[in-house]
Design a protein around this ligand. Sequence first.
Ligand code: PLP
Length: 433
Amino acid sequence: DQCLGEADAEVCTIIDKEKQRQFKSLELIASENFTSRAVMEAVGSCLTNKYSEGLPGKRYYGGNEYIDELETLCQERALAAFHLDGKKWGVNVQPLSGSPANFEVYTALLNPHDRIMGLDLPHGGHLSHGFMTPKRRVSGTSIYFESMPYRLDESTGIVDYDMLEKTATLFRPKLIIAGASAYPRDFDYPRMRKIAGAVGAFLMMDMAHISGLVAASVVADPFEYCDVVTTTTHKSLRGPRGGMIFFKREPVLGVDLESAINNAVFPGLQGGPHNHTIGGLAVCLKHAQSPEFRAYQNKVVSNCRALASRLIELGYKLVSGGSDNHLVLVDLRPLSIDGARVEKVLDMASITLNKNSVPGDKSALVPGGIRIGSPAMTTRGFTEREFIATADFIHEGVQITREAKKSVSGSKLQDFMKFVGSPDFPLMDRVSD
Ligand code: PLP
């Protein structure tokens, strides 16, 4: 059998280029990380060859004796990594990623067009929590269910729980979703539990962004208050690209969560599990129980705080005024610059982060903020000192962006992008890598 380089030089070269890009850039996208060589070995293994529809011991294909052993081990490690008693909680490790995991929960617990409430996307929520615009139901979640998002209090940048309570009392959702893609603070689970209880709703937490922090107990524990917890496995948890759904074993609101969720995953929405991913996940979940992993997650948080403090020293406005987790959200609007332009200029200097809307934003394409995360560079050994230097680099990039914006005639984003991309961009030497 040929190795990749012999079999397909084109793909091999692209992978090499991507590897170099990852190696040389400052990776600050809050949802990304570098998984371990051991995880990648499992993901690139013969496990990808096997069909195993069903669950351990109950498969629709033969030859699954080792796959059963693997999936059972993965489930046990998932429960152990999140400090859960297997009598009270179960887990499905087959979801292909975070969005399918969420949709699987919705179809398990709800009927089509039942009502849900998740954090609005422009305020930090995820598409799969029911995003829609006044013109369009954007996400499948808002097409198949009736979505009424809750929002932040724009003056504090914190979830407006009073408004959530009032709206939930009127809207009477069947499901309330905690969790976010761009929220620098913890959720108030006891308060959300109370609201869900009062209106007879299930409470789900999508801990995708913070699952590593939850496993290491450096943020509040959603399992104490929620009925269902979903997660991706490739963000702060530092595993392969995948998803998991944890569910209470006892019935909730008359629903047997275990069978409803397992059936929603297969045969409801998926076919054969990605056993190579489950193999990689098992490796990640073993590591997630180690003292070294806990130390890493503590550093993710302290590095993020150092970054936040330096940005504040430099005069930046952070949504909610700081961070309790792995990300900061910078509001660039007071500087009359936007996240799209800053993202582009920083990208040219191999600083990778993303434009992000901030509360009160008008446009999602040219939003007023940037999101910066600490998990990936902490994996690569950055300490607080390097994160402080990173804040200074970002600051320089913002200054360059502001100067560049002044040199472009017209205010169109495309004109700006063309200008900074051209070789006669006068600040090219300052941003080129
Ligand atoms: N949930 C949250 C909170 C997320 O931030 C994301 C992705 O960023 C997802 C779900 C979706 O995960 P995936 O991209 O794996 O579908």
